[in-house]
Design a protein around this ligand. Structure first.
Ligand code: ARG
Length: 488
């Protein structure tokens, strides 16, 4: 996703155009809607209501939408072929100017739609003046935003796929390394590092799936809905939809111009990606701490301290955690904006773009940084395994040993629990206590040994080496299926 300039980065020196004699009020400086107004817009109005600083990121989509609209007008005879070609070549030039950053914005450009139309009119003369026939910025902006989402959500989903592949690579490279699996952040049972890494990969698979489903649902053209009620002119919304590559066309003009469900869905999907990245981030903050020492970051993916010379900080992981709050904020803000809006378009809807663009940009940056961080980090198997080999993490296996010889699980739980309590009270090691118990004995005590526990996790989808190959196989199949869906 392209970085869009912050309002503060754009120097738009708004001139007060309330003066009817102001030179900018004639010719090029006019707003699209000046006809109805005796006076021009106040500086404060322009400064407060413009969306150009952020919606210019949609210029490509605005030009594509306009080109399709013009071709549609020509198809139904509202433009001659010559007029169509004049407007299309003006649009091409606007595209070149935008691409090369030579497009000159003027004071009256409220938004990207205004800017493009103004420039087309300058370039194509009277034919340019026909561009907006049977179209409103209301169906135009909805069209642009859907086109933008179709492209950008795919880009985000592809980058998530890269991260999933890196998780698989690291999983495959981690061999038999195991670490403690936690519940309540208390050591619970040993799990393969591969299994742990793939757990995050599966969450990301649901994210990819959600983004693609959102993308499919938003693949409906609103072009031709007009301001709210369609048109008296013989326009061709189906043809426009096909021209723009939309899978479907709107059925209700009021809904078409006021529906922003797709933005809310996209921002939700991204917020959930953000939450998944945040959870990965939190673990890496712990893993790279002196207390855990499970992983070391590559220098390129860590930061230092301005004061403490010894520090190596996991800033990427912390940002992944911190920025998820902002993405949740984008979602809640957007939902609040929608609540209570009467049909159809309301200017409030302009508030849809910044949260969407921000969430896309933040997820894109986070995924790239985390992918690099995880790809280049070094795991410390000795530290992971030493933590996982704590004798008490075998307690469940001891209880299950008793279950195998017919002891009801609740009873087995109590027997082993009593041994753990005794061991913690210093009465001996768990293995010695277990070996000395006739119900358990030396065979059971062997379960407490280093590296044994993880091998006991054999059931489908379990955390041990016996179950892993099946999981890897279906993870690979999922990646292959998604690669195809993502056009990779
Ligand atoms: N900048 C506006 C938006 O983002 C475009 C639509 C303006 N429509 C209008 N009727 N003023 O929503």
């Amino acid at each position: 996703a392209a970085h869009w300039p912050l309002t503060s980065e754009i120097s738009q020196d708004w001139t007060d155009m309330t003066d009817p004699q102001h030179p900018d009020r004639s010719g090029d400086g006019q707003t699209l809607w000046h006809g109805r107004f005796a006076g021009g817009p106040a500086e404060a109005l322009m400064a407060y209501t413009v969306s150009l600083p952020f919606d210019r990121t949609m210029w490509r989509d605005d030009i594509d939408g306009s080109a399709a609209h013009v071709r549609g007008l020509a198809r139904v005879g509202l433009l001659t072929d010559a007029e169509r070609d004049d407007v299309l070549s003006a649009l091409d030039q606007v595209s070149d100017e935008m691409e090369s950053d030579t497009f000159v914005f003027v004071e009256s450009d409220e938004d990207v739609h205004t800017a493009v139309e103004r420039r087309v009119t300058e370039l194509a003369g009277s034919a340019g003046g026909k561009l907006h026939t049977a179209r409103s910025r209301n169906d135009q902006v909805a069209t642009d935003l859907r086109l933008w989402c179709k492209r950008e959500l795919l880009v985000v989903a592809r980058s998530i796929h890269d991260l999933q592949s890196v998780l698989l690579d690291r999983a495959l490279g981690s061999g038999d390394t195991y670490l403690p699996g936690y519940t309540h952040l208390q050591r619970a049972q040993p799990v393969l590092l591969a299994h742990h890494l793939l757990a995050h990969g599966w969450a990301l698979a649901r994210d990819v799936d959600r983004l693609l489903a959102t993308r499919d649902r938003l693949d409906v053209s609103p072009l031709g809905a007009g301001a709210l009620a369609g048109s008296s002119l013989p326009i061709d919304p189906e043809g426009n939809a096909a021209d723009l590559g939309f899978a479907a066309v709107f059925d209700n003009s009021l809904d078409a111009v006021s529906d922003r469900d797709f933005v809310a869905e996209a921002v939700f999907d991204l917020a959930l990606v953000g939450i998944h990245l945040s959870r990965i981030g939190e673990e890496w903050v712990l893993w790279t701490s002196g207390e855990f020492g499970f992983a070391k970051l590559d220098d390129g993916y860590a930061t230092g301290s301005s004061m403490l010379p010894q520090k190596k900080n996991p800033d990427i992981a912390e940002h992944a955690r911190g920025k998820s709050g902002r993405m949740i904020g984008n979602l809640t803000g957007l939902l609040a904006t929608h609540k209570g809006l009467p049909l159809a378009y309301n200017r409030d809807l302009q508030e849809d773009k910044e949260p969407l663009f921000d969430s896309v940009e933040q997820v894109t940056l986070a995924v790239a940084a985390l992918t690099g961080m995880i790809a280049t980090a070094t795991f410390v198997p000795e530290a992971m395994q030493a933590a996982a080999d704590e004798e008490t993490t075998a307690a469940t296996d001891l209880a299950e040993y008793l279950v195998r010889v017919g002891v009801p699980f609740r009873e087995a739980h109590a027997i082993v629990g009593a041994h753990v309590r005794a061991a913690l009270a210093g009465e001996g090691s768990l293995s010695d206590l277990v070996a000395a118990d006739s119900r358990l004995g030396p065979d059971a005590a062997a379960l407490v040994g280093p590296g044994v526990g993880v091998r006991m996790r054999t059931s489908r989808g379990a955390a041990g080496p016996e179950a892993l190959p099946l999981q890897v196989e279906s993870y690979r199949a999922m990646l292959a299926r998604d690669a195809e869906r993502l056009g990779l």
